[in-house]
Design a protein around this ligand. Structure first.
Ligand code: FES
Length: 252
């Protein structure tokens, strides 16, 4: 059973109109973290914790990039240096980083966990998708750890105009990767899966799902998966995932 830790906030910086980059002192969590895992954060008096992907775990410093969407994340992003927050984790199953050359694909707030994956991979390129140039985050960080960085924006205000799956297709046309790893909204993951299937590229996806307990006890995060023989069942995104082989997921 994962533990709860009281972690001291080291810094909070706003990096786009709704996104915040938070660093906390969390040696125990960092020691156990792997790319693709997440933490479950208690936000003030709110009953349900908020799941946040791990963006990096460097020494004792845990990095969380938070999209301010509701009361919980608003509370969280208003924390100040030296405040203490209650964090459960690390949780879930991470990415398989074996293989020589990986393509990391992140859409919106799905980009931060891909930075951690790219940083720990032997060699990685990345493709990132955002709604518009003003929503782009972590570009410099990806530039520091990836060979090639591709950007897609829905409105064409920066980089390739269109969805990230279009840019993934162009990358796979140019050369092959041992594995593609992706995190973002379900519709994006599904389109990336269609492209990867076309090019025979193995894909692992990190699913975004609503969560309750975070540890496999409440069924809030259930998603349909299928075994190799095609037998369907419900898996817990929090415990069996959030990372799955794309072929395991029953795409709705
Ligand atoms: Fe409770 Fe996954 S969030 S089982």
């Amino acid at each position: 059973m994962p533990d709860v830790f009281n972690c001291t906030v080291l810094s909070v910086e706003q990096i786009s109109n709704t996104t915040y980059d938070m660093r906390v002192l969390a040696p125990e969590i960092c020691g156990e973290s792997r790319p693709g895992m997440f933490v479950h954060v208690k936000c003030g008096e709110l009953l349900l914790r908020r799941p946040i992907s791990i963006c990096d775990a460097d020494g004792d410093c845990l990095r969380l990039v938070i999209d301010r969407r509701g009361d919980g994340t608003k509370w969280l992003t208003e924390r100040k240096k030296f405040d203490v927050i209650d964090i459960l984790g690390p949780l879930g199953r991470g990415f398989d980083l074996s293989g020589g050359r990986l393509l990391a694909v992140g859409g919106g707030i799905g980009a931060p966990p891909m930075l951690y994956a790219a940083k720990r991979a032997k060699s990685a390129d990345c493709v990132l998708g955002f709604r518009s140039a003003e929503n782009v985050i972590l570009l410099k960080d990806f530039g520091g750890v990836c060979g090639e960085v591709g950007i897609a924006t829905d409105d064409g205000s920066l980089g390739y105009k269109g969805y990230v799956s279009g840019l993934v297709k162009l990358r796979l046309e140019k050369g092959s990767f041992d594995r593609v790893l992706a995190c973002g909204p379900t519709a994006m993951l599904k389109s990336v899966w269609e492209v990867c299937r076309e090019y025979g590229a193995p894909l692992q996806v990190s699913l975004e799902e609503r969560m309750g307990c975070g540890v496999g006890a409440c069924l809030v995060c259930a998603c349909k998966t299928a075994s190799r023989t095609g037998e369907e069942r419900y898996s817990h995104v929090c415990k069996d995932g959030p990372v799955f082989d794309a072929g395991e997921v029953v795409w709705q």
